[in-house]
Design a protein around this ligand. Structure first.
Ligand code: A2P
Length: 342
């Protein structure tokens, strides 16, 4: 390996997203001088394979970040809150997959297809958005550019892997007729649909708040009317979203189709006669966002429906983080002028 290539750390390397990050780094042939794998004390001393070599997993501590250029964090909110500022102070740029920093005004919240330019404003910590938000804004961005969004209604159909290994274990145990060791919902998930947790008395779930706030922030549309319902469905991987849009400028369905077809990061799968549309199963292990079921909504002046699907562990988490890291290198903006006291 060459020494002029960056040193990359994956924090939470043993988790579902961490493991996917390693897979994406490998598949994307990300330039890596040295790789460090960090996780909790539970995993320290174990080893993981990357590009045919075995790497030891180290315990994440305050002294872990010396010499690391980019750290991809996916170790949960508590670890991110504690260790991201320590990493940034050590000169490392953090791309954080948790929700800890997403609404912090000094932390860019980035989906490269939508707002890569915001990376110029980073101060050592960059936030990776919520999985449902990422695939939504990739689909909304080209529509907004072409026809200007007036309002959005979105209902999500989210897999259990969005809640990490615990979510996968919960669903798997119930399908196999066992009591789960840990739960991501007080309700049964197998053969059921449930909602994410509620944090206040508004009746809006935390996930619904995230999608609304993060979409507005990433698209730089602080007043965008957006109504969100988030639903957890009993599938292991892949999120679907039913999206209803209304725009200021009129469009024909052919124009809408063309805009989506030409958009960065999107694959259009829309052949109703051939029963061809995106599904979470087909999106598995893919980095793109898939859009289909384009239909006119004639109940409003300029309206349409679409169905948006992505692999939540890939574009919804690991792929987006790796793409941010790649942009940082391409834009040569790893350094940051104003180191904040986090
Ligand atoms: P570990 O495997 O050692 O527990 P998932 O979201 O799939 O549950 O994965 C969570 C990831 O975050 C795992 O790699 C886990 O490591 C790691 N992790 C959780 N808490 C901490 C912590 N306090 N310090 C370091 N890593 C953590």
């Amino acid at each position: 390996m060459q020494s002029n290539l960056p040193t990359i750390a994956v924090v939470g390397a043993t988790g579902l997203v961490g493991r996917t990050m390693l897979q994406v780094l490998d598949e994307h042939e990300f330039p890596i001088g040295k790789l460090r794998l960090l996780a909790s004390a539970r995993s320290a001393g174990s080893s993981m394979e990357f590009c045919g070599e075995r790497y030891e997993v180290e315990e994440l501590t305050e002294n872990s970040f010396e010499g690391i250029d980019i750290a991809l964090f996916s170790a949960g909110g508590a670890a991110s809150k504690k260790y991201s500022p320590i990493a940034a102070a050590a000169g490392c740029v953090v791309v954080d997959n948790s929700s800890a920093w997403r609404m912090h005004s000094d932390v860019p919240l980035v989906v490269p297809e939508v707002n890569a330019g915001d990376l110029w404003n980073h101060h050592g910590i960059i936030a990776n958005p919520n999985c449902s938000t990422i695939q939504l804004v990739v689909a909304l961005k080209p529509i907004h550019e072409a026809f200007e969004l007036k309002r959005v209604i979105v209902s999500t159909y989210q897999s259990v892997s969005g809640a990490g290994q615990k979510g996968v274990d919960h669903l798997t145990a119930e399908i196999e007729g066992r009591e789960p060791e840990a739960r991501i919902s007080s309700h049964r998930i197998a053969f059921n649909t449930v909602f994410h947790s509620f944090t206040d008395d508004s009746g809006i779930s935390e996930e619904e708040q995230k999608v609304r706030r993060e979409t507005r922030r990433i698209m730089n549309l602080p007043d965008l009317p957006i109504a969100v319902t988030c639903v957890r469905v009993p599938i292991l991987g892949g999120h679907g979203e039913s999206v209803n849009i209304e725009t200021i400028r009129p469009f024909t369905m052919d124009e809408l189709r063309q805009v989506i077809e030409n958009a960065e990061g999107i694959i259009l799968q829309d052949e109703p006669k051939e029963d061809y549309y995106p599904t979470p199963h087909k999106a598995e292990d893919r980095d793109e966002v898939f859009v289909g079921r384009l239909r006119l909504d004639d109940t409003v002046e300029n309206g349409a429906y679409l169905w948006v699907v992505a692999d939540n562990l890939r574009k919804g988490a690991a792929t987006n983080a790796v793409q941010i890291a790649r942009k940082l290198l391409e834009m040569d903006c790893l350094g940051y002028s104003k180191l904040l006291t986090w």
